[in-house]
Structures are given as C-alpha cells and as structure tokens.
Design a protein around this ligand. Structure first.
Ligand SMILES: [Zn+2]
Length: 67
C-alpha cells in the first residue's frame, strides 16, 4: 500500500496512513490521484506537490526525511 497520494486537482500530497477527515481523500477523483516512485515526501515535492496541512504537517516532526 502506498504511503503518499497526491491530488492533482489542487497539487496537495497526503499521507494515507495518517490522513484526517479534513483531507477529503475519498473525494479525490481517480484521474487526479497521483502516486510516487519512490514513495517519499521528497519525491512528491519534486513533482510539485505541497504537503497537506491536515496530515503530513502532523508527522513531519516524527519523520526523518533525510533517510
Ligand atoms: Zn491530508
């Protein structure tokens, strides 16, 4: 299962494991869903996505992004 899912309609990336109701992931259309290879926040940002303030900002402090 992928960790990150990008919404191309608003260019926001969510973390599926910690998503909140506010993320409205279930409303993201299939054609707007984007996954990343490798499945990292760094890759999502390289692809032009901004991290979601509802889910990813909450885990940023706990995640070592420099692995
Ligand atoms: Zn989110």
């Amino acid at each position: 299962m992928p960790g990150y899912m990008g919404d191309k309609s608003c260019m926001i990336v969510h973390h599926l494991a910690v998503m909140k109701q506010e993320c409205k992931i279930y409303y993201v259309k299939k054609k707007d869903q984007s996954y990343f290879v490798p499945d990292t926040l760094d890759q999502a940002e390289k692809d032009g996505f901004v991290s979601c303030s509802h889910c990813i900002d909450n885990i940023a402090v706990m995640t070592d992004r420099n692995f």
